[in-house]
Design a protein around this ligand. Sequence first.
Ligand SMILES: Cc1ncc(COP(=O)(O)O)c(C=O)c1O
Length: 377
Amino acid sequence: MNPKIWLSSPHMGGTELNYIHEAFDTNWVAPLGPNVDNFEKSIVSFLQADVHAAALSSGTAALHLALILAGVEAGDEVICQSMTFSASANPIAYLGATPVFVDSEADTWNMSPQWLEQAIQDRIAKGKKPKAIIPVHLYGMPAKMDEIEAIANKYGIIIIEDAAEALGSHINGRMCGTYGMMSALSFNGNKIITTSGGGALVAHSKELAQKATFLATQARDAAPHYEHSHIGYNYRMSNICAGIGCGQMEVLAKRIEQRRAVYTRYYNKLKNIAGISFVDEPAGCFSNRWLTTILIDTEKPNSITRETLRLAFNEDNIESRPLWKPMHMQPVFASAPFYGDGTAERLFRDGLCLPSGSNLTDTDFDRIFAVIDKVFK
Ligand SMILES: Cc1ncc(COP(=O)(O)O)c(C=O)c1O
């Protein structure tokens, strides 16, 4: 059996172990320490904005804390992009709030501003104004943030930006991860850079970032004994994981170039095959191309579907994956309200994520392209 080609696997830069050795040498083997501080600083400097970061154990933890800091409580409603990974929506449920799912638009596959506004108006008409909006930059492609922000401002609803997949993406130079009141980043093993598992909450307000750190370290009030006036969480990033992150930040710019080169390679290979399409960058948008994704038109004559290609890859031990199944189609969210026209459903039906790691070799591409040639011969 050929070795496995993964969808998106960790790619170390080489200096990560130096930071970890230093942590061991100085005995900073704890969920705090110099690597955590430096990792937070380098995130902020990368984002090139007046923001503050709290390094956490995951992107999911960042979204959970962001919702808490936004004042979301049991019984509230939070609008969330339907076409996303479940971690965008789960923290809404952790709080006993209800997710209200909004469909995608066809240009970026992200939250449709039109359906967002319809959803807000309908929820208000039904007696409840949503507490927050969670747009997502799926696969690194920036959502239509200017339009989403304008709608959010019009109705006085805050934005919590899920930038888990979009570190390095930007819109007219403004980085994903700096939109909204707070943003979530993920450094999970499959992301463009990783801390093995980890995330960060980014906020424009220093006070909010500090509150996130406070809640993430068990909400310990200032006292010699353990004193608590809030429910706390154990969500802080460890100094060891942050050491990996410090090393990874050194190669982030290179990883973005590499992911984009992966996209170009696929694009050149597949652009002339009838029925295959890619998602283009809208004017002013720059995607980190975290994952390269394609649509295979099921209505064209040759009867090849995204499943035909996925199964052919699978035969050769190559991992690919259908686009994320929309949340409004998930059994666990079956009772949640949804506003849309079936765009996300069509994307799920026709879409496939291709192996996109920055560490794919020429030999890997030979195997991947051989499967493509076989399927589309
Ligand atoms: C869109 C999106 N949101 C949130 C998350 C959650 O991040 P984490 O895995 O770090 O908890 C992920 C990734 O897993 C994601 O892809």
